[in-house]
Design a protein around this ligand. Structure first.
Ligand code: HEM
Length: 401
């Protein structure tokens, strides 16, 4: 029985009126993980009163991520507005168009390409974590967790320092409206995704004129040849957004958990080789991307329920990564955890192309923090009100050298 009623306050919170949110957000104030747990237990395939279908279990989310009958492209191509920039973004492509574009964009992330990115990451970490000082009480989000990935992606895409504040402002707005649904947010002109895309089309024009190829754009020539200048520039805007708005939260969420677990921090100080485990465990426990949408190309059966063509399926990655059937004591941060791969970077044809870079940044910041601070203690934290991206607006820590 899948749509069993419940009187629990957590589950009731899932049923709040839809408020026109097409992507199916919950209210930010609700305890999202308690809702996830109850959904997973009582209705692993849950059709909301507003029609969208939510998946919470690891196996279902994992198989759905790889299911080619479930499209990335919303019915109608993305937004009501055919000229919207996001219609060209890699993430909203399917089939051969997706494959060709992905090949051009992922070139720098594979094989030897990654070695060229390392010095940029190291420089950002040294400068920005270094500026945080030896001891004191600071908001690490304001000090460096946001700045490191921002600085890295801008350097890797050749964006000049003076333009970084604009990238920050656009990314913040896109993060907010991605949580709200496509048509309302991206329908008209003047939305931040279009503005950021226009910026990168011009940026690309300048790079081509100057014959410059920044480290993340080694596939530039084939990209422009395949797509033309406008669609290529729009995809660089997507890379700029996807390439840091997620990593920022990996780093902040990791320091949040380590500050609350002094024994795990001490274990890391004793054995720095565990840094990669801390990154992986953060991605599982506090996944920066909490939900991913899919639309069936034809009717599909999921756990005995028929889902119709074009129904909105919301894959709750954050819930799947806390599924107790896969992860023992799933809500605990555990550096020694082994076993199933978490789904934080997705799975299948659209699996994240920037995973190695994100992990490199997360590990580099953590290693720098471990070398600098003997203890980190939580003072205050403010989580963002966003059901798609999980992260902190502020995290004040007491740092002791
Ligand atoms: C902790 C950091 C990151 C997380 C949690 C993350 C998560 C994800 C997830 C879940 C997807 C798949 C979405 C779907 O299937 O609909 C994805 C796709 C993608 N990510 Fe990441 N990502 C991160 C960092 C990065 C970085 C650093 C870059 C690039 C510099 C990047 C670029 C992309 C791109 C281009 C795609 C689209 C791939 C496609 O559609 O084929 N991501 N990411």
């Amino acid at each position: 029985m899948h749509n069993e009623p419940s009187s629990s306050p957590a589950f009731e919170a899932v049923r709040h009126p839809w408020q026109g949110i097409r992507a199916g957000a919950f209210e930010g104030a609700a305890d999202t993980y308690a809702i996830h747990d109850e959904m997973r237990r009582r209705a692993p395939v849950w059709r909301a009163p507003w029609g969208d279908v939510y998946l919470t279990g690891y196996d279902l989310v994992s198989s759905s991520l790889a299911n080619r009958k479930l499209s990335h492209v919303p019915p109608g191509g993305g937004t009501a507005e055919p000229s919207s920039a996001i219609r060209d973004w890699l993430i909203y492509q399917e089939g051969s168009a997706h494959t060709a574009l992905r090949q051009a964009l992922q070139q720098p992330f594979v094989g030897k390409g990654m070695a060229a990115l390392r010095p940029v990451v190291d420089e950002a970490v040294e400068d920005l974590v270094g500026d945080a000082g030896q001891s004191g009480t600071i908001d690490v989000v304001a000090a460096f967790t946001r700045a490191v990935p921002e600085w890295v992606i801008c350097r890797l895409l050749g964006v000049p320092d003076e333009d970084m504040p604009m990238i920050r402002a656009w990314s913040g707005s896109i993060r907010t409206i991605l949580d709200a649904g496509f048509d309302e947010a991206f329908g008209g002109h003047g939305n931040p995704a279009d503005e950021m895309s226009d910026y990168f089309v011009e940026h690309l024009r300048r790079l081509l004129a100057a014959g410059q190829v920044p480290p993340l754009l080694t596939g530039l020539a084939s990209l422009v040849e395949a797509l033309g200048l406008t669609a290529a520039g729009r995809n660089i805007a997507f890379l700029a957004f996807a390439g840091h708005e997620t990593t920022v939260h990996l780093i902040g969420n990791m320091l949040f958990h380590l500050a609350h677990q002094p024994s795990q921090w001490s274990a890391l100080r004793r054995d720095r080789r565990l840094a990669a485990n801390a990154v992986a465990e953060t991605l599982r426990l506090e996944s920066p991307v909490q939900k991913i949408c899919r639309w069936p190309l034809e009717p599909v059966m999921l756990d005995g329920q028929e889902i119709e063509k074009d129904d909105l399926l919301v894959l709750l990655v954050g819930a799947a990564n806390r599924d107790p059937a896969q992860f023992a004591d799933a809500s605990r941060f555990d550096l020694g955890r082994a076993g199933k791969q978490n789904l934080a970077f997705g799975r299948g044809a659209h699996v994240c192309i920037g995973r190695a870079l994100a992990e490199m940044e997360g590990t580099a910041v953590l290693e720098a923090a471990l070398a600098r601070w003997n203890t980190i203690e939580p003072v205050a934290a403010r989580w963002m009100d966003n059901s798609s991206i999980r992260g902190l607006d502020a995290l004040t820590l007491r740092l002791t050298a």
